[in-house]
Write a protein that binds this ligand. Structure first.
Ligand SMILES: Cc1cc2nc3c(=O)[nH]c(=O)nc-3n(C[C@H](O)[C@H](O)[C@H](O)COP(=O)(O)O)c2cc1C
Length: 384
């Protein structure tokens, strides 16, 4: 290995669950392989993760919904009863087969539950607003239903730990339900869950409390992380800005979290250097990720992600965070880290064309890309 890459292989201690042996992360990615009836992981999920078990020490599943029939996508993972634990234990074992940490990302898509809406006719949201970008109407969650979602996040966390996962990540990013509650654009409630900035934080805080309680009751050493999108700004529409995020992060870190994961490429921001994108609002002179890293200081490790596409970019990303996490790179080259170790980083594939047989990519993932939905581009996945 070239000496300059040594920082990528420095271990880092987590408050719970031991240490990460290196600074590589694998981003959470829905790969459209779950059993369509139950949402359980299938053989395809297991093979996909076995192939990626050496990609990073911090391995994340794609978003797992915490209730039945609320998925954003067909074949998205779901976990809402004990019967599923056996199937999830096989997935945990595949992820841990080379000593990496298996982390399940838990999610409620809220208004983005398009597939659930297709199945049941309903998608749920903090407020029943007519969203111009949705082709269906949303149903407002009642106060009791919101508390039920909070409980179901905890139950999903507990089940993942029972299945042998090392921990969970709360999906508070990418415009899904937790972010919808935090957003002044999406949350127009006037109860405990909205009506002021403080109250718009309540859902994120209550979910985090519940997940920490449930996870640590199951395993005192459970790793619990939180994923956040640094800003919600689309032109004139500002759900929240980086100042707001810092306030939420401060509140969340009053609790015993183990890492903070920044989702810096979403909402179409799939361009170059997303991991070090400048904030869109405010008088900042540094990238959003660096502002957050400095703000968090040493309280917890910060995971950065977004268009990290080469060994040099992974190294560069460590200026902005403690772990460099990759999505598309994990799809196109599961041997990314091994190639750096073997001094062969110039052979890392960022194009899947011609070697897909070796990648164990689920067929549903290829189908979704062929249908052309708005996901980051994976070069060569779709025949042109
Ligand atoms: C196929 C695919 C599925 C994704 N699913 C999720 C998901 O389930 N949860 C999530 O937080 N982000 C999801 N993302 C976003 C990634 O985690 C990541 O933030 C994004 O791809 C940017 O990183 P990259 O440029 O290294 O791919 C997904 C991305 C891709 C490509």
């Amino acid at each position: 290995m070239q000496e300059k890459y040594a920082p990528l292989f420095e271990p880092i201690e987590l408050k719970h669950g031991g240490r990460l042996r290196n600074r590589f992360g694998m981003c959470p990615m829905v790969v459209f392989a779950a059993d369509p009836a139950t949402g359980n992981p299938t053989e395809e999920d297991i093979k996909y993760f076995e192939r990626r078990s050496k990609f990073a020490d911090l391995l994340l599943t794609g978003a797992i919904t915490v209730q039945e029939n609320i998925q954003g996508h067909p074949k998205q993972l779901a976990l809402y009863n004990d019967d599923a634990i056996e199937a999830y234990s096989k997935l945990a074992a595949a992820m841990k087969s080379n000593g990496s940490k298996a982390i399940g990302q838990i999610q409620h898509p809220g208004r983005e539950g398009a597939y659930g809406c297709y199945v049941t006719g309903k998608a749920y949201a903090p407020s029943a607003i007519e969203f111009p970008f949705l082709q269906y109407k949303v149903t407002e969650l009642t106060e009791d239903e919101v508390w039920q979602v909070v409980k179901d996040f905890g139950l999903a966390a507990q089940r993942l730990l029972k299945a042998g996962f090392d921990g969970v990540e709360i999906h508070g990013a990418n415009h899904y339900l937790i972010q919808q509650f935090f957003s002044s654009y999406s949350n127009q409630r006037e109860d405990y869950w909205g009506g002021s900035f403080e109250k718009r934080m309540n859902f994120a805080i209550e979910v985090t409390k519940e997940v920490l309680k449930a996870a640590r009751a199951e395993n005192p050493d459970a790793i619990v992380g939180y994923r956040i999108s640094p800003e919600e700004i689309h032109g004139e529409m500002v759900g929240y800005d980086l100042d707001d995020s810092l306030k939420l992060i401060d509140k969340l870190l009053e609790q015993d979290l183990d890492f903070l994961d920044l989702s810096s490429a979403a909402g179409g921001n799939f361009g170059k250097d997303a991991y070090k994108a400048m904030p869109q609002k405010g008088d900042y002179t540094e990238p959003a990720s660096l502002v957050i890293k400095n703000f968090v200081a040493v309280r917890v490790p910060v995971v950065v992600s977004g268009t990290i596409r080469s060994a040099n970019e992974a190294l560069d990303a460590l200026k902005y965070g403690d772990v460099a996490s990759m999505g598309v790179a994990a799809l196109s080259d599961p041997d990314f880290k091994e190639k750096i170790l073997a001094d062969k980083e110039d052979t890392i594939h960022m194009n899947v064309k011609g070697h897909t047989d070796d990648l164990e990519l689920p067929s549903g993932l290829v189908e979704v890309y062929t249908a052309g939905i708005g996901l980051p581009q994976v070069e060569g996945l779709v025949e042109k």
